[in-house]
Design a protein around this ligand. Structure first.
Ligand code: NI
Length: 182
C-alpha cells in the first residue's frame, strides 16, 4: 500500500470538477487503488475519499465510519466500492456538518437525504446493494457527489452555512463566516 497525494481546491486541478468514468471491471490495479485510498483516508483522518481526490477521474470511493457515532474510537465499518450510484433515497432531508479533505479548514452545514440505497461493485467485482442512513448516508452522498464533480459547498442553502472554526480566548470553538476570509 502507498499513500497518495490528495488534490485540493488550491491545486486548481480540473479533476475535482470532472465527471468520473465507470470502472469496466474491478482489476488488480483497481484493488491496489482502493487499498491506497484507504491508507490515504486513514492517514488524513477522513471518513471517506473519492478517486478524483487522488487525481483519478474514475468511479472509486472508500468510506469508513464508526458503527456507533457515540463511540468514534470503537469498531468501524469500511466500504471499498466501484461505480456506486444511488438507486433510491428518502424524501426526508437532514442538515449536518461536513468537511472535505480537498477543501482545507472549511466546514459546511449541508442538507442530505436521510436514507439512501446504493448499488456498487465491491472489491471482488460483485454487485452490492447497501442501505444507509444518517451519517453513513451523508458520507456516501458526499463521496458520490465527488464522482460527478460536485463539492459540498455547491449544496449549502446560503453563504452563512459555510464557515471556519476558530478557538476563542475561552477555548470555545466559534464559527467564522467563510466570506470574511475568502
Ligand atoms: Ni470530500
Amino acid at each position: 500500500m502507498a499513500l497518495r497525494t490528495i488534490v485540493t481546491v488550491d491545486d486548481d486541478n480540473p479533476v475535482l470538477r470532472s465527471r468520473s468514468q465507470p470502472v469496466p471491471a474491478v482489476s488488480r490495479r483497481i484493488r491496489q487503488l482502493m487499498d491506497d485510498m484507504v491508507e490515504t483516508m486513514r492517514d488524513a483522518e477522513g471518513v471517506g475519499l473519492a478517486a478524483p481526490q487522488v487525481g483519478l477521474d474514475i468511479q472509486v470511493v472508500v468510506v469508513e465510519v464508526p458503527e456507533d457515532l457515540e463511540d468514534p474510537e470503537g469498531p468501524k465499518q469500511l466500504w471499498t466500492l466501484a461505480n456506486p450510484r444511488i438507486v433510491s433515497q428518502s424524501e426526508a432531508m437532514e442538515e449536518g456538518r461536513e468537511a472535505c479533505l480537498s477543501i482545507p479548514d472549511l466546514f459546511g452545514d449541508v442538507p442530505r437525504h436521510q436514507r439512501i440505497v446504493v448499488e456498487a461493485l465491491d472489491r471482488f467485482g460483485r454487485t452490492q446493494r447497501i442501505a444507509l442512513e444518517d451519517f453513513a448516508a451523508r458520507v456516501f452522498q458526499h463521496e458520490i457527489d465527488h464522482l460527478n464533480g460536485i463539492l459540498y459547498p455547491d449544496r449549502v442553502t446560503g453563504p452563512e452555512k459555510l464557515y471556519y472554526l476558530e478557538e476563542d480566548a475561552d477555548g470555545e470553538w466559534v464559527k467564522v463566516p467563510a466570506r470574511s476570509r475568502v
